[in-house]
Design a protein around this ligand. Structure first.
Ligand code: TRP
Length: 417
């Protein structure tokens, strides 16, 4: 095994982006190209695998269901060892899902919903437990927030997550601040991870420097810990070896490269991953939607009118600059934000294909495309708003109480082995 001082070759990407390259870290996502990040290059740089047709077919075969449109349309585009998860399922062995959210703002936006919509589909399809980490500690360390404010935001954001429809019998949502102080097993995993990773390694992976506070430097161990079933003894009956699958946006991959690297040192299984692309800002795919720039984002709290105005005013158009030009040359779906959003949120494949054809040929005008998108988003946000209004503080408390879920994991006797 490689010494802990050396960053092993495998799984460690070429971290520093060169001039022309896209920048993708947990803190910055940007591209100079108007088409946005080059995701094929990112797969090469990160050393992950492309989700290809063969894998999609295998998922359909194992689940007996058509794959979700976010998979079908290449929005979840990259993975690490998803094939292993399918083999686990075929062998009748258990696995669980882990995802998370950094609660840095009161209002979540459309982009934040993507991993949760997809995770809900995974939970329904595979019928497995799900743990959701709310990293209030992370946001306290990185942002100008008090620890209590970050913790309050964790509870507020949990309401939006619950509104996505997760099953309370299969889902545990936790704030780091609260859960870590109540669960010695979680803390033991954190310590073991902290012992297995050097400053040199996190420097290489995350670009930390000597002037970063020590909280940041040790934080990756906290995001890594939920990848190990032993960190949730009440859910997994103290079993240490239940396989984990993490759906996330690709900017979170550095955390899990580190986790996969340290796992064997702990005698644990490496988590598998499914990576999504980013949800583009209204201004275009050079940057992702960001809660700190209101003109780049559609929030889950926006009114129908705000949605309409923002799309009409800000959504970058790939159409011609005049109606004549558009009719003559057609529109460019690959940079058109309204079309990209339709790809994320419209469930109707046929309609989407029709729009693509008509917009590309110039027959469909930007105004009509935007109008259709506005309808789709008003419905989606409206329904979300209604479901969120029904989420009480009591329900949040229940989701966030450490407890056994509806799954059984053998006897204590077996668990000790
Ligand atoms: N760091 C993530 C964020 O800032 C939150 C997070 C914690 C997460 N654990 C995760 C995201 C696991 C995806 C998967 O949003």
């Amino acid at each position: 095994m490689a010494s802990t001082d050396q960053v092993p070759d495998i799984e460690q990407p070429d971290q520093k982006a060169t001039e022309e390259e896209d920048e993708v870290t947990p803190w910055t996502v940007s591209s100079k190209s108007e088409k946005g990040i080059n995701y094929d290059k990112l797969i090469d740089r990160f050393g992950s695998s492309k989700i290809d047709d063969a894998l999609l077919k295998r998922i359909e075969k194992v689940t007996g269901k058509p794959v979700h449109h976010l998979l079908r349309r290449g929005i979840f585009f990259s993975h690490r060892e998803m094939d292993l998860i399918l083999t686990t399922v075929e062998q009748g062995k258990p696995f669980y899902l882990y995802t998370g959210r950094g609660p840095s703002s009161e209002a979540m936006h459309l982009g934040h919903l993507i991993p949760f919509i997809f995770t809900k589909w995974l939970q329904d399809t595979f019928d497995v437990p799900l743990v959701i980490q709310m990293t209030d500690d992370e946001k306290f360390l990185w942002k100008d927030l008090t620890i209590d404010e970050a913790n309050r935001l964790a509870h507020e954001n949990a309401k939006d997550i619950i509104a996505c429809g997760f099953d309370i019998e299969k889902t545990f949502i936790f704030s780091d601040v609260e859960y870590i102080s109540s669960c010695p097993d979680f803390y033991k995993y954190m310590c073991r991870i902290q012992k297995g990773v050097t400053f040199n390694q996190v420097k290489g992976i995350f670009g930390f420097t000597e002037s970063d506070c020590i909280g940041k430097i040790s934080f990756p161990a906290i995001q890594a810990a939920p990848s190990f079933s032993g960190a949730f003894p009440m859910i997994f009956n103290k079993k240490q070896d239940i396989q984990c699958l993490i759906p996330c946006a690709i900017d979170q991959d550095p955390y899990f490269r580190m986790t996969r690297d340290v796992a064997p040192k702990l005698g644990c299984k490496k988590p598998a991953l499914l990576h999504s692309t980013f949800f583009p800002a209204l201004q275009g795919a050079q940057s992702k939607m960001s809660a700190s720039d209101p003109t780049s984002s559609i929030f889950l709290t926006d009114t129908d009118k705000q949605i309409k105005d923002k799309i009409n005013k800000y959504a970058y158009s790939g159409g011609g600059s005049t109606v004549e030009e558009h009719k003559e040359k057609g529109g460019d779906c690959s940079v058109d934000v309204a079309f990209q959003y339709m790809k994320f949120f419209s469930e109707d494949d046929e309609r989407l294909a029709q729009i693509e054809k008509d917009y590309t040929s110039g027959e469909l005008l930007t105004g009509y495309l935007k109008k259709e998108l506005i309808g789709v988003l008003q419905k989606l946000v409206g329904e979300h708003r209604e479901r969120r209004a029904k989420v009480t503080d009591e329900l949040v408390r229940e989701f966030m109480t450490p407890r056994k879920l509806k799954f059984d994991y053998g006897t204590d006797q077996q668990a000790k082995k």
